[in-house]
Design a protein around this ligand. Sequence first.
Ligand SMILES: [Zn+2]
Length: 149
Amino acid sequence: MPDFARCGMSMRTPAGSVDLVPLFRRLEGDRSAVVHRSEKEAAVLALAHLGVDTYRIGTAANVNHTEVLAILRARGVAVQPGTNAPAIGERSMRRQKRRSQRNLIDGRLVHPDAPHGTDTGYIDYGCQCVPCSAAHAAALERHRKARAS
Ligand SMILES: [Zn+2]
């Protein structure tokens, strides 16, 4: 795409130039970085050009996901279907909520509703009871062996 040119921390796009600094700061979780409305479309195009997925583009450019897709389609940018980004976002939110529901029992954080004795109990519920910890250690060991072979 000859319409894109990066110069230091700004990028020229078919929708104008955009300062990449606030976009990168927002990608790193700093929601206080301001993206000017006039640069919104250029921001979406620049991030897509850099290979950022559409959900993270929305976060970085402060644009809702529907609008991200609309901007990209209007500019003829191919949008990758079937990304699992929202599933990951929901999963991590669920995990955070579950982590707050754990109880400290005998020095271990234990989740009351976890499927105990499974890696899921450890990963998704953050349950550190003896059976969940053992299942997680076994899973790590399996991964390690699978990688080694
Ligand atoms: Zn457990």
